[in-house]
Design a protein around this ligand. Sequence first.
Ligand SMILES: Cc1cc2nc3c(=O)[nH]c(=O)nc-3n(C[C@H](O)[C@H](O)[C@H](O)COP(=O)(O)OP(=O)(O)OC[C@H]3O[C@@H](n4cnc5c(N)ncnc54)[C@H](O)[C@@H]3O)c2cc1C
Length: 393
Amino acid sequence: MVMNWSFWEKDTWWENLDVLIVGAGITGLSTAISLKEAKPRLRIAVVDRNTWTGGASTRNAGFACFGSPTELLANEKQMGRDAMLQLVERRYQGLLLLRTRIGDAALRFAPCGGHEIFLAEDGPAYQECLGALDGLNQGLKDILPYSPAFFPSKPGLGWAWGDAKLISAPAEGRIHPGRMVEALATMATSKGVLVATGVKVSRWWDADDHVKVVIGEGNEVSVGQLILTTNGFTPELFPQLPVQPGRNQVLITTPIGGLTWDGCFHYQQGYGYLRRVGDRVLIGGFRHLDRERESTGVLGENEDLINHMKAWLSENILPARGWEVEMTWSGILGLGDTPAPLLGHVSNRVIAAVRLGGMGVALGSLLGQGAAMLALEKELLFPDWYFGASSLS
Ligand SMILES: Cc1cc2nc3c(=O)[nH]c(=O)nc-3n(C[C@H](O)[C@H](O)[C@H](O)COP(=O)(O)OP(=O)(O)OC[C@H]3O[C@@H](n4cnc5c(N)ncnc54)[C@H](O)[C@@H]3O)c2cc1C
């Protein structure tokens, strides 16, 4: 059924929009807030086709993290040392912007620290990390607030995996992703931004001095600029950009008594991750074990991976404790051949700020700020994230 807008609806919300932002995740909401901070009189709407966010921002694990040693060493091989260190710096700066903007209380930020886990089978990776740790710490000493940024440690009391090794990262913390998006949406709304969920953008095209956008099945609006913050779903609206969707599975346990440890835990380049959520444990990822089925932008359960995570948790972390799986869900990442995001014009009046990979909590605010500066034609904050029209295939 096509529901046409009434004259009143169109007149109230959709006329004379300076900027329409597609995607109400951390990037879209941050873009709107940055735009309003710079130009309070702009008329801005942020729309999302889902009830909350349908990709990653309210479906993630809530790690306020910058990259574990195995992941950073893999990134260094892909993009070079300087670019890898710069990315860590931006993740940290992005997190500071988010924390300053909405406050640690609203974010439920806890500076719990992070750790990379190495089980017996991960011995070679552990040795490689130990060998590279001084170099990594040297590079990060002026970037992160703790020096050394990483150091070897051991699981504490109450941990099941007595002979596992850890490399700890004291600068990491955790947040509550739902509260983060709630606070960003409240802030955007309080600045006069229309935040509308359940609103899908179906198509867009350039017109003379504006962009035409079709909302839902057939309501058409003219906007001054369109900003796509659609992360893993970007190919649906602009397939020429090199963004691939990737799915991640997550499960959370029922409450477990007597947990004595805390922190954000990474496993095998961050493909696996777990943390405490009060007296529950959340575990997610392991996409690398089933790349074929998880290379999709469609939410859904992968029972094999859920079962794998359940068994991994039982064997390595929570043996001999009574717990059940309380909930499972999935989320969609925006991936590319490097972990750096993409920011740029896809046409004269259409900007994309997308592809946040697995660490968008840390990057989203900064990418939104960059998108706002681009829309306002201010100096580019991150020229190396910018893609020129020539790179569009
Ligand atoms: C399971 C999981 C765990 C993660 N864990 C962490 C973590 O612990 N720490 C961390 O830093 N990062 C983590 N990430 C990554 C992080 O969540 C993302 O990088 C970040 O949330 C991306 O934010 P975004 O706003 O760019 O995109 P999204 O949050 O994906 O938002 C894009 C939005 O666009 C909307 N949309 C798409 N197409 C349309 C359309 N046509 N019309 C209207 N709306 C549309 C979607 O509904 C979606 O809500 C995780 C991701 C997943 C999936």
